[in-house]
Design a protein. Structure first.
Length: 210
């Protein structure tokens, strides 16, 4: 069985889902009168923008402060926001490979609390994302070697051969190096291009032209 793996942020989506989530949940907290948590969230986001804390630390605080209000109504509304930001180029690939009977997996460092539902709505056969434990300080991001390990286990469990990877970022170097038919890069930055020297790839625009 052939399989394709998609990254989420700036790959399948034409934006960063965590940034969209933070914005969405700030609105939820404000409307529900959770002003103390909203103020704390704004403080942690400011600290991250000033590079006083790491991305992971900010993400841990973001989830700790917002998960109590991520009920079905808030989640459904956010999934609609994500669907509106799907990159039509990546969507074309997903639709093509689904029609050809390929298995597809969403592999992302985004939190599983919304990534899993988004993957279900998009018709993915599998998903690996950053688990969101009740104690957010125990969060381990699904990126790099962690993402690779989970993706390989999924492929093996489904007796699938990886045909294509769709990503934008050098964070996925372990997956980019994994043997496959093709790596497809979505609007890669100069830094990403400089870090994947020796790895064959095609840009999504060039791939779609063929």
């Amino acid at each position: 069985m052939k399989a394709a793996i998609f990254d989420l942020d700036n790959s399948l989506l034409a934006d960063n889902s965590l940034r969209l989530y933070a914005r969405h949940m700030m609105g939820v907290l404000f409307r529900r009168g959770r002003l103390a948590r909203l103020a704390a969230l704004l403080c942690h986001i400011a600290l991250r923008r000033l590079h006083f804390v790491s991305h992971l630390t900010m993400k841990q605080h973001l989830m700790r402060l917002t998960l109590p209000d991520l009920d079905s109504a808030a989640l459904d509304a956010f999934i609609e926001t994500l669907l509106a930001h799907v990159d039509p180029r990546a969507m074309a690939l997903l639709s093509r490979w689904h029609s050809q009977g390929w298995l597809t997996m969403l592999a992302t460092a985004a939190p599983s609390c919304y990534a899993a539902e988004f993957a279900r709505r998009m018709g993915f056969d599998g998903v690996c994302a950053t688990e969101t434990p009740s104690d957010a300080s125990q969060m381990t991001e699904c990126r790099g070697e962690v993402k690779l390990g989970r993706a390989v286990k999924w492929l093996e469990a489904h007796n699938a051969s990886l045909e294509a990877l769709v990503t934008d970022h050098h964070d996925d170097l372990p997956l980019l190096r994994l043997p496959k038919h093709i790596n497809i890069l979505v609007d890669p930055s100069e830094k990403t291009l400089s870090m994947i020297t020796g790895i064959s790839f095609v840009t999504i625009d060039n791939y779609l032209r063929n």
